[in-house]
Ligand binder design. Structure first.
Ligand SMILES: [Fe+2]
Length: 600
């Protein structure tokens, strides 16, 4: 059976193709359209999936959309009417947005793909999240917790899943919390208040939190009240997201926390104002963690199950995930590589396969590499056309050469095989560097990633040696498989892992098994032979504001525009010569100076 899953029209559109119960391709539209966070109907992603499966649309047995548009419309309409007359400004816009494209998905899908309307199915948003989390995890019975901003009505769902080998699958949502009461919206409100882009900047709030103290946690708890049944409600006097699209927090919120941050002003942690913002981030982070840990603990007691699958955008909060693992009583916590809405494309296709059609259970390969494959020959071609020196090596030599480059302090763009599905670079579209010095971190932020100082980088380490450098609790290595947890760096290694150790002594470590990315694993071993530590800094291969690179030509374009020294794609290696590198750095310095003088 051939099933296409689609998520679209909110943020991070994506498509996924499942054939005979197993994914064959899953890709986010932004990676192909090159527009970050692209929310358009994912025609390019669909084309890529069908091309990968060698299918024409008419060969599909079903096309599944990741939520129920009419239920979502019902929520938007109900909230607008409840908030009237305050919502009168936002009302026409909300209706136009909803009625324009989003409600009539069956017809849109049918006309885009030329498939009959009867083949178009819908799942509920949190069913898609739950399926993406549970059906891709190597577990047969697990409790499930999904949390995000909002789907149709649900903002958090609790349930359990069961898979019988070669037989039936069940995913039962036991209960849910409904809009406007939402942990995701609480966090996003602080994201907006702290001057970051909602749905994109949440991880910046998490990073900023470790520079602050949760001194305003009691104030945040005034915004979210726990209820006797273990759920929570938001005090809506502090919010406006449910009545207007213009601002998510109310004037009462500002009275409580002070003036919001101007997004154009940098955060200066040396000033009282900068520290207030860091404390705000730390406070909302603490309350989010406490709430989810408590709910997970109750779920553990209620189900008696040792495994927990976490889904929804909130599961991208790695600090919270690690606390859930260590404090809730669950022995294993699984977070898929794409827990957010993009992952719902895969989730809804798997849900339809197992639950709607009742197809037998199948093991889903335990890796994130479902995107298009990189072509090293394409890199060789563009480098040659551009007059750039390049070489093509066999694997053993290429890995030794790259390990030498890294040991010499060079920054390497590393493209290998199929692209990651989900927001994290897990070794196929990564920028790699030596993890030892703070100077390397600063260089990457300044010359390559062009981003805020407080943003930490992540390490990657072979799973067998991870415990030597990082304090991983039981189950920690599993959570670190897709970089979903933050764990302490052992104190004795912090100074030698300065580029990947966050200010609070932690790291968002990726533990790598050889089978998942054999070439990166070999590179870690080769680097370990040279440096004595098989640990590398691994950050996503993109510059600020751009999506992860997909094709070799995009990797090459990024390589040429930033201070990266070496680019490897497949068997091809390109090295920037010293004079080019110096010129590039000079150009970057001039443009920064020009920006500085025009701003001043
Ligand atoms: Fe979601």
């Amino acid at each position: 059976m051939k099933i296409l899953g689609i998520s679209a029209h909110y943020h991070d559109s994506a498509a996924a193709l499942v054939i005979d119960g197993v994914p064959v391709c899953a890709v986010q539209e932004e990676r192909l359209s090159r527009s970050k966070g692209d929310s358009a109907f994912p025609l390019l992603a669909i084309e890529s999936c069908l091309g990968h499966g060698g299918l024409e649309p008419e060969e599909l047995d079903a096309v599944v959309f990741y939520e129920r548009p009419m239920l979502k419309f019902d929520r938007i309409l109900t909230c607008a009417l409840r908030a009237f007359p305050r919502s009168w400004r936002a009302f026409p816009k909300a209706m136009k947005n909803s009625l324009g494209e989003k409600v009539w998905m069956r017809g849109i899908i049918s006309s885009h793909l030329g498939v009959p309307g009867r083949k178009v199915l819908f799942t509920e948003h949190h069913q898609s999240h739950a399926a993406a989390a549970f059906l891709t995890a190597p577990t047969r019975r697990a409790a499930i917790l999904t949390a995000d901003g909002v789907g149709e009505w649900a903002t958090l769902a609790i349930g359990r899943g069961e898979r019988h080998a070669g037989g039936a699958t069940t995913i039962d949502i036991i209960r849910e919390i409904r809009f406007p009461h939402s942990l995701g919206m609480l966090y996003s409100t602080f994201t907006a208040y702290l001057g970051f882009a909602v749905n994109e900047g949440e991880y910046k709030v998490m990073g900023l939190a470790s520079y602050g103290r949760p001194s305003m946690a009691d104030e945040v708890r005034r915004l979210i009240r726990r209820t006797p049944d273990g759920a929570f409600t938001l005090d809506l006097d502090y919010f406006e997201f449910h009545t207007t699209a213009e601002r998510s927090y109310s004037s009462r919120f500002v009275e409580l926390f002070g003036p919001p941050r101007n997004p154009y002003e940098p955060i200066d942690l040396e000033t009282a104002e900068g520290r207030r913002f860091a404390d705000c981030a730390a406070s909302v982070q603490r309350v989010l963690e406490d709430t989810l840990v408590d709910m997970a603990r109750s779920l553990r007691q209620e189900t008696g199950l040792p495994d927990l699958c976490l889904g929804g955008g909130v599961a991208l909060n790695c600090v919270t995930n690690a606390r859930i693992l260590t404090e809730s009583g669950f022995e294993r916590v699984f977070v898929p590589p794409a827990p957010g809405d993009a992952g719902c494309a895969l989730g809804c296709a798997l849900y339809a396969d197992r639950i709607h059609f009742g197809n037998p259970d199948r093991e889903v390969p335990d890796h994130p590499f479902w995107g298009p494959a990189v072509n090293g020959r394409e890199l060789a071609h563009v480098a040659r056309e551009d007059g750039q020196p390049m070489d093509e090596f066999e694997d053993g030599f290429l890995i030794d050469q790259t390990a030498d480059d890294l040991a010499a302090g060079l920054v390497v763009g590393w493209m290998d095989g199929a692209m990651e599905f989900g927001p994290r670079a897990l070794g196929h579209r990564s920028i790699l560097a030596a993890p030892h010095s703070a100077g390397m971190r600063d260089r990457l932020n300044r010359d390559i990633k062009y981003r805020e100082e407080f943003r930490p980088f992540a390490p990657v380490v072979p799973i067998e040696t991870a415990g030597r450098y990082f304090d991983l609790p039981p189950g920690g290595a599993r959570l670190a498989r897709f970089m979903s947890g933050v764990f302490p760096v052992k104190p004795e290694w912090r100074s030698r892992l300065a580029a990947v150790t966050h200010v609070d002594g932690t790291a968002r470590v990726q533990t790598l098994e050889r089978d998942m990315a054999p070439r990166l694993y070999a590179l870690l071993e080769a680097y370990g032979q040279r440096s004595g530590m098989p640990v590398l800094l691994n950050t996503s291969f993109n510059v600020a504001g751009e999506p992860l690179v997909n094709r070799a030509v995009e990797g090459y374009s990024t390589f040429r525009r930033c201070g990266m020294d070496v680019l490897v794609a497949g068997q091809t290696r390109v090295r920037k010569c010293a004079s080019q590198q110096a010129r590039l750095q000079e150009e970057a310095r001039c443009s920064r100076n020009a920006e500085g003088s025009s701003a001043g």
